[in-house]
Write a protein that binds this ligand. Structure first.
Ligand SMILES: Cc1cc2nc3c(=O)[nH]c(=O)nc-3n(C[C@H](O)[C@H](O)[C@H](O)COP(=O)(O)OP(=O)(O)OC[C@H]3O[C@@H](n4cnc5c(N)ncnc54)[C@H](O)[C@@H]3O)c2cc1C
Length: 295
C-alpha cells in the first residue's frame, strides 16, 4: 500500500534510531526503513560510549527499536529503499512511500586496504579508529598501515610503547618526529596478515619475513552505500582525508534540497556512536521545526 508520512527515516543505525525517537516523541508520523547493515556490527562491542561501553552492537540496536515501540507514530520496517522519485521512495517490496521530509541516516561504506587476512579481522584486531579499539589491543606491538599515517602512528602511542609505521613515504622531517616519539618505521611492502581466528600475531611482508603485531590500524575512506542521496538531489561536500563522499550539510543537518535532511556518518562528521546519536537528535528537532513551521 502506498502511504504518506511526516518523515521517512532511511537507516536504523544509531543516527536513524535516535532521530526516530525524537520524532516519535514529537508525534510526527515516521516510517523507519532499514537493511540491518550498521557499520560497527563486526566489532566486539561499542568502545568509548558512556553508558554503553563495550556493549555488543546487536543488543544496542535491539534496545533502540524496543524504545521506539512505545511511540505509536513510529513504524519500523526491515526493507531497503531502492529508488527515489522526488520524496516518493520505492521499497524493495514494490510499495511506494512518500514523506513530507526525508532523513538520510544511511551510514557509510568503510573501504579499508584490500589485504589478505584483513576482512576476517576487521573491527577487531584490524581497525580504523584507535579510540574505538585501542583499549582492546593496548600494550601489544601495534602497527599502522598508512602511507600518510604519521599522525595516526603518533596517536597510537597512547595505547602502546611498541608502535611501527608501515610506510614507504616518510619525509625526513616526519622521520625525526616519529623517532622522537619512539615510533619505528618499516618500509617493507606488506603482503598479508597472520594469526588465529580474528586475532593478529604478525604482518607478513612480500619477501616472507614478518613483524610481530597484535593490532593493525589501517587507513579507511568512507563512501555512500548507494546512489540514493544523489537520486534525491543531495550534493557532496569537499572530500576530506577520511570521508570521500560526505553529504553537504547546511543549517542543522539540512542538505541542499529543502526537506531532505542527513544525520550520522553520511554527513562526513567524525564517526562515532555518540556523535551520530547527537546528529540524529539534532536532525529530528530540525525536521519537527520544519513540519510545524517553527523553523
Ligand atoms: C568496524 C567498526 C567499528 C566501530 N566501532 C566503534 C566503536 O567501538 N565506538 C564508536 O563510538 N564508534 C565505532 N564505529 C563508528 C560507528 O559505528 C559509526 O560512526 C556509527 O555506527 C554510524 O551510525 P549511522 O547510524 O550513521 O550508520 P550505520 O550504523 O551504518 O547505520 C546505517 C543503516 O542504514 C541502513 N541503510 C543504508 N542504506 C539503506 C537503504 N537504501 N535502505 C534501507 N536501509 C539502508 C544500513 O543497513 C544501516 O543499518 C565503528 C565503525 C566501524 C566500521
Amino acid at each position: 500500500m502506498d502511504e504518506n508520512w511526516d518523515c521517512i527515516v532511511v537507516g536504523a543505525g544509531a543516527a536513524g534510531l535516535s532521530a526516530a525517537l525524537v520524532l516519535g516523541r514529537a508525534r510526527r508520523r515516521t516510517l523507519v526503513l532499514d537493511t540491518g547493515q550498521q557499520s560497527n556490527r563486526a566489532a566486539h562491542g561499542i568502545g568509548g560510549m558512556l553508558g554503553q561501553d563495550g556493549r555488543p552492537a546487536d543488543a544496542f540496536y535491539a534496545d533502540g527499536r524496543r524504545e521506539l515501540a512505545a511511540y505509536p507514530a513510529v513504524e519500523v520496517r526491515d526493507l531497503e529503499v531502492v529508488g527515489a522519485d522526488g520524496f516518493t521512495l520505492t521499497l524493495a517490496d514494490g510499495t511506494r512511500q512518500t514523506g513530507t521530509t526525508i532523513l538520510l541516516a544511511t551510514g557509510m561504506s568503510y573501504r579499508y586496504p584490500d589485504l589478505p587476512g584483513a576482512a576476517e579481522r576487521w573491527g577487531r584486531s584490524v581497525f580504523h579508529c584507535p579510540f574505538c579499539h585501542g583499549w582492546e589491543v593496548r600494550d601489544r606491538p601495534l602497527c599502522v598501515l598508512d602511507d600518510s599515517g604519521i599522525h595516526r602512528a603518533l596517536l597510537l602511542t597512547a595505547w602502546s610503547d611498541d608502535v611501527t609505521l608501515l610506510s614507504t613515504t616518510v619525509s625526513d622531517e616526519d622521520r625525526a618526529r616519529l623517532d622522537a616519539a619512539g615510533v619505528t618505521i618499516d618500509d617493507r611492502p606488506v603482503a598479508s596478515l597472520r594469526g588465529p581466528g580474528d586475532e593478529l600475531e604478525a604482518v607478513v611482508f612480500a619477501d616472507g619475513s614478518e613483524r610481530e603485531c597484535g593490532g593493525l590500524l589501517v587507513a579507511v575512506s568512507l563512501h555512500q552505500r548507494s546512489a540514493l542521496a544523489e537520486q534525491l538531489g543531495a550534493t557532496y561536500a569537499e572530500p576530506s582525508p577520511l570521508t570521500a563522499e560526505g553529504l553537504a550539510v547546511g543549517g542543522p543537518n539540512a542538505t541542499n534540497v529543502p526537506g531532505l535532511f542527513v544525520a550520522g556518518d553520511a554527513t562526513g562528521q567524525m564517526p562515532s556512536v555518540a556523535n551520530v546519536i547527537a546528529s540524529g537528535a539534532m536532525a529530528a528537532s530540525a525536521i519537527v521545526g520544519r513540519l510545524t513551521g517553527a523553523m
